[in-house]
Design a protein around this ligand. Structure first.
Ligand code: TD4
Ligand code: ZN
Ligand code: CA
Length: 283
């Protein structure tokens, strides 16, 4: 069933687990994630970047995910990941998304509050949940100084002000993860997460979670993360599986024989994440 992001994440917050939010760009990815969620009896969030909308079209993505959600026995939310323009937000609200992220994290605090509050006002009027971001995710993989950390990572005092002034439903924070592949071993600021969760009685979001080890993921969930974004690990599974067919069966040219194994491989990744996040069995 199609539900709002808030419905899924409030339950996760109250019951101490995290729900996987997986990026979708085509039919095989949608089916892989839904099959995993059904098998694991898990709530799930399917999210689209602005790039995904540009690639596949808002109408196609909406049709695929809302169909999948209608057929599914588990709660499914359709979420906009890293929305940056008012236009994209409006397109999503009009096309059946049940959750949107407005990413104003590159703005100074006051401007981030302003753009986020604007989106919250219109989204809530349409019954759509809102995620916002405070802190910077980029380039924080290597060993950095305390001063640098304070400049980049989410400030707990600012987080309290931000949430109060915007009315946002869940907040993405920066504690040391980054988008894409890691070159080194990321070191997460768990003390900061603990402090933020202590001050905010709401769902907290972790971006850039591909490549983070099982123990750190479980610890993040224990300390209050409720939505975990995964994209790169699924892309890698897709590409590895497709490459395997192309390289080992060079005579194969049936798209179904090329994308079918990739769909299975992506499903396996999602199943593994759902067990780690604790959302398996929660639907
Ligand atoms: O928000 N995300 C996913 C980012 C997807 C970007 O998609 P485009 O290439 O279309 O812009 C995450 O936080 C996931 O991070 P991860 O490290 O898992 O990829
Ligand atoms: Zn992200
Ligand atoms: Ca990553």
């Amino acid at each position: 069933m199609l539900v709002t992001g808030k419905e899924i994440l409030d339950h996760a917050h109250k019951n101490g687990y995290a729900v996987g939010a997986f990026n979708v760009n085509n039919m095989e990815i949608v089916q892989a994630i839904i099959a995993a969620a059904e098998q694991e009896k898990s709530p799930v969030i399917l999210q689209t970047s602005e790039g995904a909308i540009k690639y596949a079209g808002a109408d196609y993505l909406s049709a695929m995910v809302t169909l999948a959600a209608r057929k599914a026995s588990v709660p499914v939310a359709l979420h906009l990941d890293h929305g940056t323009s008012f236009n994209t937000i409006m397109t999503c609200i009009r096309n059946g998304w049940t959750s949107v992220m407005i990413d104003g994290s590159h703005h100074p605090l006051e401007e981030n509050i302003k753009v986020t509050a604007d989106v919250v006002r219109i989204a809530h009027a349409a019954g759509v949940s809102v995620e916002a971001e405070l802190g910077r995710l980029s380039g924080v993989e290597d060993n950095i100084s305390v001063e640098e950390k304070d400049a980049i990572f989410t400030n707990p005092d600012e987080a309290v002000v931000f949430v109060k002034e915007t009315g946002v439903d869940y907040l993405a924070i920066a504690i040391g993860t980054a988008h894409g592949k890691y070159s080194g071993v990321p070191k997460l600021d768990f003390d900061r997460l603990t402090e933020i969760k202590k001050r905010l009685d709401m769902p907290i979001v972790l971006h850039g979670a591909s490549g983070i080890g099982e123990e750190d993921l479980k610890k993040s969930v224990r300390l209050g993360i409720n939505k975990i974004n995964i994209d790169t690990d699924i892309r890698q599974a897709f590409a590895d599986a497709v490459r395997d067919v192309i390289v080992n069966k060079p005579e194969e040219f049936d798209p179904r024989k090329i994308c079918g194994p990739a769909r299975e491989a992506m499903k396996a990744v999602v199943v593994e994440k759902m067990r780690i996040f604790g959302c398996a069995g929660k639907a």
